[in-house]
Design a protein around this ligand. Structure first.
Ligand SMILES: Cc1ncc(COP(=O)(O)O)c(C=O)c1O
Length: 394
């Protein structure tokens, strides 16, 4: 399976600013936050054929598509190993289990993320230690990392939020000084690049999610972890099948963590268009940012010059978010909030950190607003979003 069958590129982004005189607002009733139907329509024959092949051979668990996908994704990321698993959450859990995390161990991570990042640490009896994020990228602020390392720290788990990787070389350098492994939570950044390398191949382990709305999604739950370390890869392969190193030989405690053959087949069916989709996401993200960055009342996310963003979400910062979100809804524009509260302000994680900690995470959580984004978003719909946002903040 090769990635990147030639697909005609989309028309170049139109650099014209919106007219100052606004025409009557059009109200699309169809606009999707993530347009999976259009993607399926474009890939129907590839995906249907892939699914049919699984139905024909009937190996629903660990069928040949599992190894085929792992080979394709290892090559795509430049990692030595890819281990597919049941979800992005499972990838993080298995990574920590493969690294032998024990009760009482500390793992440093960001509080401004989806709960899964910290959940897996707590599930294993560990303690998430939160380091605040940068205000312009919402990724872990490496300048604050070293001060949080203690004799109990066992790993550092940065999150590559919204489709842009954290400053992985700087994080790796701090971790290396203390002999710590680094796990990239790349659930939102699969396909992104950092200094010429792919997300997931930037540290000890990279974990991603194939949740349907992610940059590379399946039609249910799925995920994968990536590593160059043979021992960790072997451990992860065993842990995902209840710790078995051979049939009914349980070498270690594991989980039921396999990715279904059918879901692997769906991802394989999506690969021929994936490079094009990444390109399209980057282009649409830049087009949004060009149009929004001079808008008073809207702040756009910074993308660092040494990396790109594949816009797992296209997220901006606004004041008075409830009012803006309501106005966009009235205009037929779906939005979402990733995430309304940092984890240390969530009841389940409040005990892990004081409420005054990580003030930047608290601040950005009150302002972030995600706009419709997918490779199949049309420029016309994007203009409607920009127009509606301009009115909402105006
Ligand atoms: C940052 C982050 N980490 C982990 C996950 C968990 O992935 P999954 O939903 O596949 O378990 C997600 C998914 O939303 C995520 O966004």
């Amino acid at each position: 399976m090769s990635l990147g069958r030639p697909v005609s590129p989309p028309a170049p982004a139109d650099p014209l600013p919106l007219p100052a005189q606004l025409p009557p607002l059009t109200r699309p009733s169809h606009m999707q936050f993530t347009d999976l139907k259009a993607q399926y329509a474009a890939l129907k024959s590839d995906i249907d054929a892939r699914i049919q092949r699984v139905l024909d051979h009937g190996q629903y668990i660990m069928g040949p598509e599992v190894a085929e996908l792992e080979q394709a994704l290892a090559a795509f990321t430049g990692s030595r190993h890819c281990v597919t698993v049941a979800s992005g959450t499972e990838a993080l859990l298995i990574a920590l289990m493969a690294l032998d995390l024990e009760p009482g161990d500390e793992v440093i991570t960001s509080p401004f993320t989806f709960a899964a990042t910290a959940e897996v640490i707590v599930l294993l009896g560990g303690k998430p230690v939160f380091v605040d994020v940068e205000p312009d990228t919402c990724n872990l602020d490496v300048a604050q990392l070293e001060a949080k390392i203690t004799s109990r720290t066992r790993a550092v788990m940065p999150v590559s939020l919204y489709g842009q990787t954290a400053d992985m070389d700087a994080i790796n350098a701090v971790a290396a000084r203390h002999g710590l492994p680094v796990i990239e939570d790349a659930a939102q950044s699969f396909g992104a690049t950092y200094r010429g390398k792919r997300s997931c191949a930037l540290s000890t382990v990279g974990c991603t999610s194939f949740f349907p709305s992610k940059p590379l999604g399946c039609y249910g739950d799925g995920g994968a972890l990536f590593t160059d370390d043979d021992r960790l890869a072997q451990a992860a392969r065993e842990i995902r099948v209840h710790g078995q190193s051979g049939r009914y030989h349980h070498t270690r405690v594991g989980v039921g963590g396999r990715m279904d053959t059918l879901q692997c087949a769906v991802v394989l069916g999506k690969l021929p268009r994936f490079e094009w989709e990444l390109q399209r996401r980057r282009q649409l993200g830049e087009r949004y940012s060009q149009r929004l960055q001079s808008l008073a009342g809207v702040r756009t996310l910074a993308v660092r010059p040494d990396r790109d963003c594949v816009w797992g979400q296209y997220t901006v910062f606004v004041d008075d978010r409830p009012r803006v979100q309501e106005a966009l809804k009235a205009a037929g524009v779906p939005t979402a909030v990733h995430y309304p509260r940092p984890l240390h302000h969530q009841p389940a994680y409040a005990a892990q950190c004081c409420p005054e900690c990580c003030p930047v995470s608290v601040q950005v959580a009150s302002q972030v607003l995600s706009l419709p984004m997918s490779a199949d978003l049309t420029e016309a719909d994007q203009d409607v979003v920009v127009d509606a946002l301009r009115r909402a903040v105006g």
